[in-house]
Write a protein that binds this ligand. Sequence first.
Ligand code: ADP
Ligand code: MG
Length: 270
Amino acid sequence: MSNAGAEALSAGAANEAAEAIHVENLHKKFGQLHVLKGVSMSARDGEVVAIIGGSGSGKSTLLRCINCLENPTSGLIRVNGEEIRLKPDHHGGSVPADRRQIERIRSRLGMVFQSFNLWSHMTLIENVIEVPVHVLGVKRDEAIAGAEKLLERVGLSEKRDVYPAFLSGGQQQRGAIARALAVQPRVMLFDEPTSALDPELVGEVLKVIADLAREGRTMVLVTHEMKFARQVASHVIYLYNGLVEEEGPPEQIFGDPKSEKLKQFIRNIH
Ligand code: ADP
Ligand code: MG
């Protein structure tokens, strides 16, 4: 290759942020039910990718495959450049080829689910330090110092020693975000983090997520909050029936959708 060619290549590589998540032709079947039918997507460092779509379109299944909570039937997933290695099982699906790899990958992803997932038998700060101390081997006093900073960031310093049952839904979700951040994840995954909340508590959780977006955190966010997706997302993916029906920048997806299905979806939301 000529020098000029090599320079052009490396300049191109420098402009493009690395892919934190890469999904290619992902299929997932539950028995006869073909839920994901060849989904491809990626999230580059610093990107906020919003995934929207009707109920049952496969949004949660996609996130769960990325986080190794479900095993893909076929397809390729790379997290932090590392391909999840799978081997065939006896039912036409796959299982992880290397359990330790799954643990390593999962420990670098911060996942926040729809319903509050703090451990009920631990105080808030114990929740936040649990994985750093017991999985990642961080010293307890260091983990506590880190956790206190995180709780301050999500506005829960004064709830440090409270059990989840004594927190509001919004506080629990903010606590869950602090706990997810404690592993210093390269990517945060959110699955409808506000859909189980009373309406008056939604804003405080969205604000925390918007702050993370502003800091340039890489996120994949499944949400039915369309206004919010439009504000924070750099890229929007519309899933329909297990396939990417349309994707693009938020202005295009919400302002100038092409697909009839997406147009109808947006009409029904408003
Ligand atoms: P969404 O999050 O977009 O609402 P899901 O990914 O949760 O959709 O579900 C997609 C489809 O897969 C639904 O029909 C759902 O019932 C089915 N499904 C999800 N998880 C399982 C499972 N563990 N076993 C069987 N079917 C499942
Ligand atoms: Mg879901």
